[in-house]
Design a protein around this ligand. Structure first.
Ligand code: DGL
Length: 264
């Protein structure tokens, strides 16, 4: 029996996590849901966002009947994992800022965190810094623009380097003669921009993308071993909460992820 997974994000950023799950568990039966009706989550106030996701997730679980749910969104995970776990007897695997690995890796002890404004404001994020990065100077940067820019890039639209550079520059700082050397991609949209980020970064840094670790966590929670090499990817389905068809420009991205969505 293959695992039935519901992978959820506000948009198409969660596909960066799905891609890694696919690599490790191609046999998984996956439904991907993008809450395009609510996108972007980054600027929502915490309480309405939490109520919105809890009520939406109730309907999605009812409909898709997954064995586990992957909240492939930092903005949601740093807020709604406790109420979701309280409401459903199902494993929820979240995506939270990879501050601990970044702090362990940083040589300069100056770390940047690129996130949405929502993730930046969360107590959860502050607690991660307090618990795991006490000896680091952490610069949290919440951008309202970067996730929509990532979506534009994924749709094949042209996005100016300057637009991306403006959003990431505040994470590049110098403190007591030491510069940022490690940056956490604390929004699942950002790994899709990695080549652009590297190209416009003021200086080279290590970029921490937690997608692979999250996929490993999915396997460990479900007590599954990785699929053997050569196992064929089981076709999955992708849904938009608006009920709209998927933009045709995203058909190649969905196909690359082994997903079918109704195109426009
Ligand atoms: N992909 C989402 C995250 O990881 C956020 C994008 C948004 O809706 O603002 O935080």
């Amino acid at each position: 029996m293959s695992a039935r997974l519901l992978v959820f994000d506000s948009g198409i950023g969660g596909l960066s996590v799905l891609r890694e799950i696919r690599r490790q568990l191609p046999s998984a039966d996956i439904a991907y849901v993008a809450d395009d009706a609510g996108f972007p989550y980054g600027d929502w106030e915490a309480e309405p966002l939490s109520d919105h996701i809890v009520s939406l997730m109730g309907r999605l679980i009812e409909h898709h009947r997954p064995d586990a749910v992957v909240i492939a969104c930092n903005t949601a995970s740093t807020l709604v994992l406790p109420p979701l776990r309280a409401a459903h007897a199902l494993p929820f695997i979240g995506t939270v800022p990879a501050i601990k690995p970044a702090a362990e890796r940083s040589g300069s002890h100056v770390v940047g965190v690129l996130a949405t404004p929502g993730t930046m404001k969360r107590d959860y994020t502050r607690e991660l810094i307090r618990d795991f990065a006490r000896d680091c100077h952490v610069r949290l940067v919440g951008s309202s623009e970067l996730a929509p820019l990532a979506e534009a890039v994924m749709r094949g639209e042209s996005v100016a380097d300057a637009a991306i550079r403006t959003e990431i520059e505040p994470a590049f700082i110098e403190v007591d003669g030491k510069r940022t050397d490690t940056i956490v991609l604390a929004c699942t949209h950002y790994p899709f921009l990695i080549d652009r980020l590297k190209a416009v970064a003021p200086w080279p840094v290590a970029w921490i993308d937690p997608s692979e670790a999250i996929a490993r966590r999915v396997l460990s929670v479900l007590e599954l071993a990785r699929d053997a090499d050569g196992v064929a990817a089981r076709p999955g389905r992708a849904y938009l909460t608006s009920g709209k068809p998927w933009p045709r420009q995203l058909t190649p991205v969905l196909a690359e992820m082994g997903l079918e969505g109704e195109p426009s």
